[in-house]
Design a protein around this ligand. Structure first.
Ligand code: DON
Length: 576
């Protein structure tokens, strides 16, 4: 991580524009195109939607802390980024409190309804049926977002804002409507066939002739405004009990699911102990299971720590090769060991142990890729007694929030519970339907992540923070399915090993290898010579774009530097 005064001055101009201009998006985008982060002195928000970012910055300016701002941003994204922001999904919030220093992980992952047998996604012959776990009511987990946000505010908010006050901007946007921006128009165009299957969804997001709303058109979400008002008035019980809960349960069951009011009423967010590790002297704090993200991130960084990446260079074939080879055993371990910590025992200490990483590192050749068949889950120390969106926030006293939440697919299962405006998730596809049957991201799993009533499916979401001698340096995270873990790892490597600022780190070309499928996934843009060398080392290259949407904030001297991923057009990092 570095300081660069000339660039700070230029970026400060961008940051002022970003803060003062009513349409700051252009400023931030061009800043990132130039590899320049947005700069702020006091607090900052980086999110995938500029309206949500501005709402968060406004809360910070009015004396709110990072958690207050996070609640407002999350409600806003449920309106402005309906493909991923949500009330009907779930996620993970990592909180750093500066005084006294403390880190907290809030698990508001969806749970399977109680009536979820292990074979729920199989046919009568025992074959996995992806349609069931992706496109029907059986896919829908009991939503966690509303409970998670209310919990975070109650326990870690500043006390200056009520839930109703923080939901108010979202309510106004839902009721008055938002102009469909470029990213939302693209998401709607892509998802239109899935949305068209449900009349309750089509009437909100599609024209009468079935075509999706286009860029520049008005998206009105009056039912969603009313649902947010019920939550504002009654707190989580306005969502988990009464008319909204009844409508969600009815919608899920009409779509073939088995959810009950008891499933809704009994949903509880859980506070968990964050996963910690170190990388080249920096302290990493991230999400524990039921996300695999934190454990996998630490395991991957531990393996990579033994390689001279800075010397080998960013995006060199040697670096990419070592990263890919390090990723393979991490994903094999994920598939073998990881699941809901309330249901399965996991060798977390073993998986995040430096000595275990050293053994995995020793099996990596600097010159030759191993086929997936050559890699099995490792043998860590024995057991000790889980379209998504991410936002990062820091406030003036140094508190921070790193939050990733999701409906799983873009717009989730695609179903709006009639009369609520609330899109429902298809998160239960993240279970392993059976051993050997990949989920939508090609991830495998076994007994540890088998479906079961009340269980949380394993996730890859990886909200993360980096500290140096206890001082907060970086807040980051990203969507991207199975690639979330490696995207977050690459942001850290780019900042720590390759001394990039956050805007450069977010713009850098990403690679990913998840053991199976046996291929090295690469974003387009690498030189042909690099690809040829990787192929010669034995990697099967699969190029496609784009992936991820990292939202990052880094401390640099006495400033915060922020960047919203340049792969989207309508994200924004802004501060004051
Ligand atoms: O929890 C998980 O790992 C997935 N449901 C996340 C899905 C995701 O990131 C999709 N967006 N790109």
């Amino acid at each position: 991580m570095r300081k660069d005064c000339a660039k700070i001055v230029i970026a400060l101009l961008f940051s002022l524009t970003a803060t003062l201009s009513l349409n700051a998006k252009e400023s931030s985008s061009s800043a990132i195109a130039a590899g320049q982060p947005v700069i702020a002195a006091h607090g900052m928000v980086a999110s995938q939607d500029r309206l949500a970012t501005r709402i968060g910055v406004d809360v910070l300016r009015r004396g709110g802390n990072a958690v207050d701002a996070a609640v407002a941003v999350a409600f806003a994204l449920a309106v402005t980024l309906p493909e991923a922001g949500n009330l009907g999904g779930g996620g993970f919030m990592l909180i750093h409190l500066a005084h006294p220093a403390r880190n907290v992980a809030i698990d508001y992952r969806e749970r399977a309804p109680a009536d979820t047998p292990r074979n729920v996604f199989l046919d009568k012959d025992g074959n996995a049926v992806p349609h069931k776990s992706r496109d029907t009511g059986l896919a829908v987990g009991v939503p966690g977002t509303v409970a998670g946000l209310a919990y975070a505010l109650q326990h870690y908010g500043s006390g200056k804002f009520t839930l109703a006050e923080l939901a108010a901007p979202a309510i106004a946007l839902a009721r008055q409507g938002i102009i469909v921006d470029q990213d939302l128009a693209a998401s709607l165009a892509h998802a239109a066939p899935r949305l068209a299957r449900w009349p309750s969804t089509a009437k909100i997001f599609l024209h009468k002739n079935g075509t999706p709303l286009r860029q520049g058109e008005l998206l009105l979400q009056k039912d969603l405004a009313a649902s947010l008002e019920a939550i504002a008035a009654d707190g989580p019980s306005g969502f988990y009990k009464g008319p909204i809960a009844k409508k969600i349960v009815a919608a899920v069951n009409a779509a073939g699911g088995h959810m009950t009011l008891a499933d809704m009423e009994s949903y509880k967010p859980l506070e968990r102990k964050p996963i910690k590790g170190t990388y080249r002297g920096y302290e990493i704090v991230t999400m524990p299971p039921p996300s695999s993200g934190g454990v996998a991130l630490i395991e991957l960084l531990n393996i990579l720590e033994g390689f001279p990446l800075a010397k080998l260079g960013a995006s060199s074939p040697e670096t990419i090769h070592l990263m890919a080879e390090a990723m393979k055993p991490v994903y094999a371990d994920r598939a073998r060991y990881m699941g809901d910590p309330d249901r399965v025992k996991m060798p977390i200490r073993g998986l995040t142990d430096k000595a275990y990483a050293a053994r995995l590192r020793a099996a990596i050749s600097p010159a030759k890729a191993r086929p997936a068949t050559a890699i099995m889950a490792g043998n860590p120390l024995p057991y000790e007694s889980p379209q998504t969106t991410h936002f990062s926030i820091v406030d003036a006293v140094g508190d921070a929030v790193s939050n990733t939440y999701t409906l799983n697919f873009s717009f989730g299962v695609g179903l709006v519970a009639e009369g609520t405006g609330i899109l429902l998730n298809n998160e239960l596809d993240d279970f392993a339907a059976k051993p050997g049957a990949p989920n939508a991201y090609g991830l495998l799993g076994g007994a540890a992540n088998a479906p079961a009533g009340g269980k949380r499916p394993l996730s890859s979401m990886t909200p993360a923070m980096v500290f140096q001698n206890g001082a907060l340096r970086l807040v980051t995270g990203s969507p991207g399915g199975s690639r979330i873990i490696t995207i977050v790892a690459q942001i850290l490597l780019d900042c720590i090993d390759f001394h990039m600022n956050v805007a450069q780190a977010e713009a850098a070309i990403r690679i990913h290898d998840q053991w199976l499928p046996d291929e090295l996934q690469v974003e387009p843009g690498l030189p042909a010579a690099t690809l040829q060398k990787l192929t010669a080392m034995g990697h099967t290259i699969h190029q496609f774009a784009p992936w991820g949407s990292a939202q990052s904030i880094m401390r640099n001297g006495n400033h915060w530097e922020g960047a919203s991923d340049p792969r989207q057009h309508d994200g924004l990092a802004a501060g004051y």
